[in-house]
Ligand binder design. Structure first.
Ligand SMILES: Cc1ncc(COP(=O)(O)O)c(C=O)c1O
Length: 374
């Protein structure tokens, strides 16, 4: 494999230094939680720091599929959703084989297949089409050499969502063609409308992945998972995990388990807060930003992907410089997603409401101040 660093990671807020950003609209998760919020009063001094179960904490795996027609045996814990993506790509693909993936995307969904030397067939999501996934295009892009299709729901960076009919169609395509569909559900708990079943419930050929990073603001726990009913594939993924790190970190998994025992309480608070922040962005888009910015309203998640209305008249380097250096505001530039730089990923779940408001105003001021003279 040939690895290279992705600009979304090189230029990430944590690498830039959180202290150098006042209004951080570049995050794709909910506000980071504090350790004391996890489970007040929890005493972990007697926790045995052994090699844990290779599949992962049994109680946590049970909670992940609680109330669903799935068992803990269908769940494999991973070091964040990132490791899940890596394990799936490296288990399903070899150099010269093909995968189909939506574009734009969270970079790893494309970059790991690229590092393997696979042929990547992209399905473009277009602003003009509401970033909707065209499944006829997906179907016609699959070839006899395709090993899997990779989609994201809700989608990063656009916030577009799949519906029940689309997941059923993806299951049909996978079964007919004898391939897999990876459904990156890292933002699943943040859909605005009614919740669909887990992708893994639709077919053994559908693989769900998710984590505690985004909705729950726990990226530092590095706890993610794969859910899939295909036991043969799960055995291969377990082999990949064992060769990478044997088991997950027992401490992180124990903390994640205790957090998930109180999931509903955390979730209700977080959901209300995300709704409030979404309303701030929507009002901004309809008023202060309307002249300069346009967007496809997200249907889930805590990011959206607006673009400048008249990019030809804007000095984009100056725009980003003014935004950060004068207004202390950071967003995800289009190039993080291999898209033109007049698109920005705007994360509205992470900052406080006042930082969000200030950052949004800065986006308008910075465009005005970066207009090319003449
Ligand atoms: C769509 C998507 N999948 C996976 C990940 C990886 O997240 P983590 O490894 O923190 O679970 C991210 C992080 O930004 C993401 O946006």
């Amino acid at each position: 494999m040939k690895f290279r660093r992705m600009s979304i990671e090189v230029e990430s807020p944590e690498q830039l230094g959180y202290d150098s950003i006042r209004n951080n609209l570049a995050e794709s998760s909910y506000t980071d939680a504090l350790f004391r919020e996890l489970d007040p009063g929890v005493d972990l001094r007697e926790l045995v720091l052994c090699y844990g179960s290779h599949q992962g904490h049994e109680g946590l795996r049970e909670l992940i599929v609680k109330g669903k027609p799935l068992t803990s045996g269908d769940v494999l814990l991973t070091i964040g959703a990132a490791a899940a993506l890596f394990m799936i790509a490296t288990s399903l693909l070899e150099k010269g084989e093909e995968m189909v993936v939506v574009h734009p995307n969270y970079a790893t969904n494309i970059e790991t297949p690229r590092a393997i030397g696979a042929t990547i067939r992209t399905i473009g999501l277009r602003f003009e089409e509401g970033f909707a996934l065209d499944l006829d295009k997906v179907r016609s892009t699959v070839t006899p050499n395709t090993k899997y299709i990779s989609v994201t729901h809700p989608h990063n960076p656009t916030g577009a969502c799949l519906d029940d009919a689309q997941l059923k169609e993806l299951a049909r395509i996978a079964e007919e063609k004898g391939i897999y569909v990876l459904v990156d559900e890292t933002y699943r708990d943040m859909v605005f409308g009614p919740q669909l079943p887990l992708a893994a419930e639709y077919s053994p050929r559908l693989i769900s992945i998710s984590s505690l990073s985004k909705t729950y603001g726990l990226p530092g726990l590095r706890t993610g998972w794969i859910v899939c009913r295909d036991q043969q594939l799960m055995e291969i993924l377990l082999a990949a995990k064992e060769q990478m790190h044997i088991c997950g970190p027992v401490l992180d998994e124990e903390l994640a388990y205790r957090y998930m025992l109180h999931r509903d309480a955390h979730f209700n608070r977080i959901k209300a807060d995300i709704q409030e922040k979404f309303n701030i962005v929507k009002a901004w888009m309809e008023n202060e930003a309307a002249e300069l910015w346009e967007w496809v309203e997200p249907r889930g998640g805590c990011v959206c992907f607006p673009r400048m209305k008249d990019p030809g008249g804007i000095d984009l380097d100056r725009f980003y410089k003014i935004l950060l250096e004068k207004y202390g505001t950071y967003v995800g530039p289009g190039h993080w997603f291999e898209m033109p730089r007049h698109y920005v990923r705007l994360g509205f779940g992470w900052p406080t409401a006042s930082a969000l408001q200030e950052g949004l105003s800065a986006l308008v001021k910075s465009v005005r101040e970066a207009v090319i003279a003449g």
